[in-house]
Design a protein around this ligand. Structure first.
Ligand code: XMP
Ligand code: MG
Length: 184
């Protein structure tokens, strides 16, 4: 059930339209992704790199479903202001301290939209000479005209509308919702 309109107005200023992926559906798919990733990496050091802030809930659920040794670190990039339209400006605000060279890097992203953020991150990470680089995205809008690297692991194909919840925000609101919903 959607939270009450009154509470959403207080925190978000925008209202939710409908739940697109509910809690159970997400949990089931995240478990499957964990298994896919577990069997995809038979050997070598695996570093799961979360792109903040949007991936924080997905990443924390996902790593608990990966049954092999791994390390976790984060990247902070900012591509959006308070608006729902991509500015195309991707800034790196935090760089991982963990050594990337020689490791399998799995970049975890909340959503692939125009692909600008990912393309920037992929070229940046490739300069660090990882053993391999793959992307795991919870949601993929399939809008990108050019992706440097197509995500090897995708949770769901997403409708081409603005989505919030399960880590995704609108002006920093709605990240805490346990499901993914569209905005009105
Ligand atoms: P690009 O366009 O660079 O965008 O692929 C990737 C980043 O932009 C944010 N983004 C969204 N955030 N709902 C959100 O809450 C959306 O529908 C959406 N589309 C893009 C997101 O942070 C993503 O990492
Ligand atoms: Mg955002």
């Amino acid at each position: 059930m959607l939270p009450s309109t009154a509470s959403l107005k207080q925190t978000g200023g925008r209202e939710l339209k409908r739940i697109v992926f509910d809690e159970q559906t997400i949990a089931r798919r995240v478990r499957e992704l964990g298994q896919e990733i577990t069997v995809a990496y038979p050997d070598g050091e695996l570093l799961v790199l979360g792109l903040l802030k949007g991936s924080f809930i997905f990443l924390s659920d996902l790593v608990r479903r990966i049954e092999r040794p791994l390390q976790v670190d984060f990247l902070v990039a900012a591509s959006y202001g308070a608006d729902t339209i991509s500015s195309g400006n991707v800034r790196l605000l935090y760089d991982p301290e963990t050594e990337l060279r020689g490791k399998h890097i799995l970049l975890v992203e909340d959503i692939v939209d125009t692909g600008k953020t990912l393309n920037r991150m992929v070229s940046l990470l490739r300069e660090r000479a990882p053993r391999s680089l793959e992307i795991c995205a919870l949601l993929h809008k399939h809008l990108a005209q050019h992706l440097e690297l197509e995500p090897a692991f995708v949770g769901f194909d997403a409708p081409r509308v603005f989505l919030v919840g399960y880590g995704l925000d609108h002006a920093e609101n709605f990240r805490h919702l346990p499901y993914v919903a569209s905005l009105t």
